[in-house]
Design a protein around this ligand. Structure first.
Ligand SMILES: [Mg+2]
Length: 365
């Protein structure tokens, strides 16, 4: 085998997939989700990565990022990652640029593993061969019946012992909605809540007391993630046993370091489709190890699966309704939940995914 394989192509395409029902969390509402697929080729193989982002990154990927990645060695995704990070310095590394880099980096890792004929989790080196998941959705637009049905299906169909619902868009309804959710899952599963930054600190503390009485031990983004002092205050003053989690908007490793140094969270979250891809997710995993803080993967479970196996303090992945639905529609090889876990297929090289271009064509932007 050649010691070096030049990357010779980078392609990006966007797809907008309508949700199955109107969806909202504590701070925004949406009716569709945009998936940007990246395919990177070299040595006669193609690797794929993706991000849930906006169509505006297409030009960045096929222009600037492609120009710095082409000719780089597919066996050293880190060198391509560094070149991409440098190339966006004057654009701003965060936000859209980070999502673009994430998708390209994931595709290069996939390409490398396929060239080596190894599943990605084996190529990265793994701590485990399966990953716990928690069902996630419970949108604030759902009726009580819809909430009950969705939460119940994760417990019954997917074997989840952890499920999460959204709160915060109408705070006056939150206690009652949580009661409905608790009744639907009974004592078969533990309920998490995610406010997506909707509450103020004092309000969050009141809710922390109420939620704690309702048996909830996970309070995600009780206040804005931009308010590290507020997160820390909530964390320190919340009832014993209530964990505060945040980190889904981490676009750089520095952001995670800041969050950990501020002691803002009990569990750090990160998203491989936003933080800078597999390369950055592993750097974040090492930071979490150093800070003795568990890490939880945010959304896009099919793309997190392999890197989650390679992250030491990985607690679980978010089995997010929207993304699970899209990944099953558009990717052959998307993981299927069993007994509250997903596991990579050791017989499929790379990330194990194949994009169904024909099925996806009708969503092309
Ligand atoms: Mg969240």
């Amino acid at each position: 085998m050649a010691a070096e394989v030049s990357i010779d192509g980078v392609r990006a395409q966007a797809f907008e997939i309508p949700t199955d029902k109107p969806e909202a969390d504590g701070t925004i509402a949406w009716n569709s989700t945009t998936l940007v697929l990246v395919e990177v080729s070299g040595g006669g193989e193609t690797g794929l990565g993706y991000t849930y982002s906006g169509t505006s990154i297409l030009e960045l990927i096929s222009g600037r990022l492609a120009s710095v990645v082409k000719g780089k060695d597919a066996f050293s995704p880190q060198a391509a990652w560094l070149a991409m990070q440098r190339s966006v310095r004057n654009l701003g590394r965060e936000g859209l640029a980070a999502t673009a880099i994430s998708a390209v980096d994931a595709a290069i890792h996939d390409l490398k593993a396929r060239l080596l004929g190894l599943p990605l989790f084996k190529m990265l080196g793994s701590y485990r061969d399966s990953v716990p998941i928690y069902g996630s959705g419970g949108f604030t637009t759902y009726s009580d019946r819809e909430l009950e049905t969705q939460l119940g299906s994760w417990v019954e169909r997917d074997g989840c012992s952890l499920v999460k619902m959204k709160v915060g868009s109408q705070p006056e309804k939150d206690i009652e909605r949580v009661k409905v959710a608790k009744q639907a899952i009974g004592d078969r599963a533990t309920l998490f809540v995610d406010a997506n930054g909707a509450y103020r600190v004092q309000q969050a503390l009141q809710f922390a007391d109420e939620f704690s009485r309702q048996g909830i031990g996970w309070f995600e983004e009780p206040v804005s993630s931009d308010d590290l002092a507020g997160l820390r205050a909530t964390r320190q003053r919340a009832p014993a046993g209530m964990e505060v989690a945040a980190g889904e908007y981490a676009y750089t490793v520095d952001y995670v370091r800041g969050m950990l140094e501020a002691q803002a969270v009990d569990v750090q979250q990160a998203d491989v489709t936003r933080c800078g891809g597999v390369t950055a997710f592993l750097q974040i995993a090492a930071l979490c190890e150093a800070f003795h803080t568990d890490l939880s993967g945010h959304c896009a479970p099919a793309l997190h699966l392999h890197v989650a196996c390679a992250s030491p303090r990985l607690r679980h992945l978010e089995w997010f309704h929207d993304h699970v639905r899209i990944e099953h529609m558009l990717f052959d090889g998307a993981p299927v939940a069993r007994d509250g876990e997903i596991r990579p297929d050791p017989w499929r090289p790379g990330n194990g995914l194949r994009f169904k271009h024909r099925d996806a064509a009708r969503y092309a932007v």
